[in-house]
Write a new protein. Structure first.
Lengths: 118, 116
């Protein structure tokens, strides 16, 4: 079974600075999908960014980008120019490809709480 | 598009009672998922549907849990004979095949259950 590990329970950053959240995963599958979700306090989970494993180019979405290292099974999230509204719990998630053992579901990491200081 | 909606948002019940939650997915999304999230943890998969068919169930989904999606639209999750350990946030998500293979899951606000 696939596992996702987020080794940083908490991170903090100054407003306008850059922060990187780490995520590693374990899988024997060669193709898969990776996601970062953000869950603000008492609010619903929203998608931040996503990546297909067979695409070597790192995904970017405005201030958010990933560093995808397939051989190392690492999928870190970089937030540039941090804003107060970025404060939230961030979850890394894995999904199998069609026919994979966990094709339908997302497997989540434990989450990283990000605090943004003004 | 309206987002995924869930009802109720909060539910307090006594141990042993039955509870039912409803999820309305994004229109035209053919997959619907249920997850459970305890405080400070990542969501854990419970089950998912493609249209009306329930395609996968987690071992977390004990005999006391049942989910349905009778017409391939909304879904219900019922917990019978609730236990204090069932206290959690129950999240619903939906996804579409028209998403370049990603089947990105969009989440609802959740139903927070407290069993006394």
């Amino acid at each position: 079974a696939q596992t996702v590990t987020q080794s940083q329970p908490e991170m903090s950053v100054q407003e306008a600075e850059t922060v990187t959240l780490s995520c590693t995963y374990d899988t024997s599958e060669s193709d898969y999908y990776l996601f970062w979700y953000k869950q603000p306090p008492s609010r619903q989970m929203i998608l931040v960014i996503r990546q297909e494993a067979y695409k070597q180019q790192n995904a970017t979405e405005n201030r958010f980008s990933v560093n995808f290292q397939k051989a190392a099974k690492s999928f870190s999230l970089k937030i540039s120019d941090s804003q107060l509204g970025d404060a939230a719990m961030y979850f890394c998630a894995y999904r199998s490809p069609p026919g994979g053992t966990s094709y339908g579901k997302l497997t989540f990491g434990q989450g990283t709480i990000l605090t943004v200081h003004p | 598009d309206t987002g995924v909606s869930q009802d109720p948002r909060h539910k307090i019940t006594k141990r042993g009672q039955n509870v039912t939650f409803r999820c309305d997915p994004i229109s035209e999304h053919n997959r619907l998922y249920w997850y459970r999230q305890t405080l400070g943890q990542g969501p854990e998969f419970l089950t998912y549907f493609q249209n009306e068919a329930q395609l996968e169930k987690s071992r977390l989904l004990s005999d006391r849990f049942s989910a349905e999606r009778p017409k391939g639209s909304f879904s219900t999750l019922e917990i019978q004979r609730t236990e204090q350990g069932d206290s959690a946030m129950y999240l619903c998500a939906s996804s579409s095949h028209r998403d370049g293979g990603f089947w990105t899951q969009y989440f609802g606000p959740g139903t927070r259950l407290l069993v006394l």
